[in-house]
Design a protein around this ligand. Structure first.
Ligand code: GDP
Length: 182
């Protein structure tokens, strides 16, 4: 006999964080609607948007042992390659518990997030956005990568303008969350 394979859809929360004007709204707009706004107003503070999107076409096989209701959080921590990432930034947000964190820099912010979600699986990917602005680049790929690696984070460079790596960035987070849960 063949046992019927169960399939299960997963819903993951993914939150974009980062300083004002790094490209959060546009990365999301590019990903969700394939749109880009050259003169969009920067997001100041917190922006909540809900998007539904199939990230992985193949249905994930249900395996016993997975807690279906277990919380997981994906963070896309955006920077722009135009500005050195050591610069502190003001305020950002965050996800499921609607925590708003104030922090002076990357490290402390990430720590706050992890503290607040210590019962959750948090996957963070550090992103250098606006790679199309080649002449304005202040953070090299190697620097970004090193910064991410030092913190045990994933790393990717994107451009919401020319679309490069936008889908890949979201997919990476989803895949890594799924790997943790399975
Ligand atoms: P947010 O404040 O982080 O949400 O940033 P926005 O998405 O509003 O973007 C701020 C500005 O940067 C806008 O003028 C966007 O058009 C621009 N922008 C966003 N992403 C890119 C990108 O990948 N390349 C370039 N050249 N500009 C971008």
């Amino acid at each position: 006999y063949s046992e019927e394979e169960k399939t299960e859809d997963y819903l993951f929360k993914i939150v974009l964080i980062g300083d004002s004007a790094v490209g959060k709204s546009n990365l999301l707009a590019r990903f969700a609607r394939n749109e880009f706004y050259p003169n969009s107003k920067s997001t100041i503070g917190v922006e909540f948007q809900t998007q539904k999107r199939i990230l992985m076409e193949k249905k994930l096989k249900h395996r016993s042992g997975i807690q279906q209701d277990r919380n997981a959080l994906g963070l896309l921590h955006l920077h722009t390659i135009e500005v050195p990432w050591e610069l502190s930034w003001s305020m950002m947000l965050v996800g499921t518990s609607h925590l708003i964190a104030l922090a002076n820099g990357l490290m402390s912010f990430i720590e706050i997030i992890y503290d607040a979600h210590s019962d959750m699986n948090v996957v963070t990917i550090l992103i250098g956005n606006k790679t199309d602005l080649k002449d304005a680049r202040e953070v090299s790929t190697a620097e970004g990568k090193a910064l991410a690696e030092a913190q045990g984070l994933f790393f990717m460079e994107t451009s919401a303008l020319d679309s490069s790596n936008v889908t890949a960035a979201f997919q990476t987070v989803v895949k890594e969350i799924y790997n943790i849960l399975s």
